[in-house]
Design a binder for this molecule. Structure first.
Ligand code: PLP
Length: 384
């Protein structure tokens, strides 16, 4: 036996998103690469966590989260989607949506199981699948509408397919899956008896009248749908690591046991802060988020257009894929690095979101930033 890393180490490389953040720090630039979301945390959330520490809520919670938080999540889900989840048995609080998906994959996928994923994808989804020894199989979304052929799902399915993964609203494309598309996916999932993993972390970031439709609410889909979401983005608390998984009790207990194994529990006082926020904030808050972010989106899209980097205007989430084919470079990394060196604005090279071709001429810009930072970034981009 030699002292060496496990064979697994090759499956989890440092993400291009983190790489670009490091490059950005090196040149003292403006980081529009990582979705860190450094806008204001709602006071109810902050004060809820501070009081929880003072009140002594500092020890391990139940493996699937504090009762207050599980109840608050279930109540919010009922109000916004009509979906009834039992807070005792069907809500698992985890270490972010990232932790929730990892535990769901550990609980539901066997090594070699195939999972259909839409491309462009969010890289952590792929790394999570690969780390749990599942095999991603890609179906391409085509710009400008990020549509897909229904026939391509049938082409992707094999006897090893166990699940399909949806991210709506999507990172990085900003696509909000339509009811027609989701109904088609639902019929497809029923026909082949597949789980639907759905990452809905951007459920409250919607523009131009687009509506979020949770796949679990479609007829007959509740039992096979594993809904993943969290508050990192909605409450601007990406560093708190609070997310959750909602699913039928048949799966939830084992997902919770994996959560116990990997994380023991999410941070107790921060769970309480999120519970207090969910209790205090209503539709007004979530609608104002969409309005605020629509204006950030428009501002950055205008600047990109002026810079000659044609943007694909997102329907939801808070990223813009823009065409950087006019910049010098052999690939999207070289083009994104040119942009960083010239303007001090960091983006993520499009190839980070593709397994095959498709990303060479794209870069992703995150607009979850305070307005003054965006203004500075826009000025720099326009000076290109
Ligand atoms: N899911 C998607 C699609 C994301 O884009 C991100 C963050 O960028 C996450 C999940 C991470 O969520 P969390 O902070 O809750 O782990």
């Amino acid at each position: 036996m030699a002292l060496e890393l496990s064979a697994r180490h090759e499956w989890v490389l440092q993400s291009e998103i983190r790489n670009m953040s490091i490059e950005c720090d090196r040149v003292g630039g403006i980081n529009l690469s990582q979705g860190v979301c450094d806008t204001e945390v709602p006071p109810a959330v902050r004060q809820g966590a501070q009081s929880a520490i003072d009140e002594g809520i500092n020890i391990y919670t139940r493996y699937d989260g504090l009762e207050e938080l599980r109840k608050a999540i279930a109540a919010k889900q009922k109000i916004f989607t009509g979906l009834e989840m039992d807070p005792e048995r069907e809500v698992i609080v985890s270490s972010g949506a990232t932790g929730a998906l990892y535990c769901a994959c550990l609980a539901l996928l066997n090594p070699g199981d195939e999972v259909i994923v839409f491309e462009p994808y969010y890289g952590y989804h792929i790394s999570t699948l690969v780390a749990t020894q599942a095999v991603p199989v890609y179906v391409q979304l085509h710009p400008p509408a990020w549509s897909f052929e229904f026939a391509s799902l049938e082409k992707a399915v094999t006897s090893r397919t166990k699940a399909i993964l949806i991210n709506t609203p999507a990172n990085p494309s900003g696509k909000v899956f339509s009811r027609e598309e989701l109904e088609h996916i639902a019929t497809f999932a029923s026909k082949h008896d597949l789980f639907i993993f759905t990452d809905e972390i951007y459920e409250h970031f919607l523009y131009d009248g687009y509506r979020h439709i949770p796949p679990a609410t479609l007829p007959g889909m509740r039992e096979r749908t594993i809904t993943i979401s969290g508050l990192s983005k909605t409450f601007s608390i990406t560093g708190w690591r609070i997310g959750y998984c909602l699913c039928d009790a048949r799966w939830a207990q084992t997902i919770g046991y994996f959560n116990d194994l990997v994380y023991v529990c999410a941070p107790a006082p921060l769970q309480m802060g999120v519970a207090r926020g969910l209790e205090a904030l209503g539709a007004d808050y979530y609608e104002s988020l969409s309005r605020e972010y629509a204006s950030k989106r428009d501002r950055v899209c205008r600047a990109l257009k002026k810079a000659g980097l044609n943007p694909h205007v997102p329907q939801g989430a808070y990223y813009i894929l823009a065409d950087i084919s006019g910049l010098p470079g052999k690939n999207s990394k070289e083009r994104a690095m040119y942009l960083l060196e010239r303007t001090g604005v960091a983006s993520v090279p499009g190839e980070a979101f593709y397994d095959g071709d498709g990303g060479e001429n794209l870069a992703r810009f995150c607009f979850a930033k305070e307005d003054d930072v965006l203004e500075d970034a826009c000025k720099r981009l326009q000076g290109l």
